[in-house]
Design a protein around this ligand. Structure first.
Ligand code: FE
Length: 154
């Protein structure tokens, strides 16, 4: 079968596509730390590339109530819809579901806790964690670092 991925390879990858921002979540964006440091603030680098956590109530996105999409601050992939955002009271932007195929999840045993870490499916940037104490319809709480996200108003 001749897939879109084959086409992508055939024409020389990202250069032919005129920018990684237009690639889908299936085309991974791989950058070294030096490159990431050029495009991220030091705070964003610490969160996205070193699994850091911002101070609670630090993000302006906590109070973002417009309709739109929250995208990855690293690579621009759309991650969360404003339709799933809610006030968890924790001090971090919270959502009850990610967009389809937007994030990856893995077990995180750091700090003596067992949590589920959430990262951008395309660039691997660390976004936050997901917990089982969210609202319906999913019961999930995607607890995100606001600095790892960029809001795009609809
Ligand atoms: Fe990303």
């Amino acid at each position: 079968m001749f897939t879109r991925r084959d086409t992508f390879r055939l024409f020389g990858g990202a250069a032919w596509f005129a920018g990684a921002a237009r690639a889908s979540a299936d085309e991974k964006l791989v950058r070294g730390d030096a490159e990431w440091r050029k495009v991220l603030t030091p705070e964003q680098f610490e969160i996205l590339r070193r699994d850091g956590t911002e101070r609670p109530f630090a993000s302006a996105l906590l109070h973002e109530k417009r309709k739109g999409v929250f995208a990855c601050a690293g690579c621009g992939l759309d991650l969360f819809s404003s339709e799933t955002k809610y006030d968890s009271g924790t001090g971090w932007p919270s959502f009850w579901a990610p967009l389809p195929h937007a994030v990856s999840e893995r077990e995180d045993r750091s700090f003596g806790l067992v949590r589920t870490a959430v990262s951008c499916r395309r660039c691997g940037g660390h976004l936050g964690h997901v917990f089982n104490d969210g609202p319906q319809p999913t019961g999930l709480r995607y607890c995100m670092n606001g600095l790892a996200l960029e809001f795009k108003a609809a």
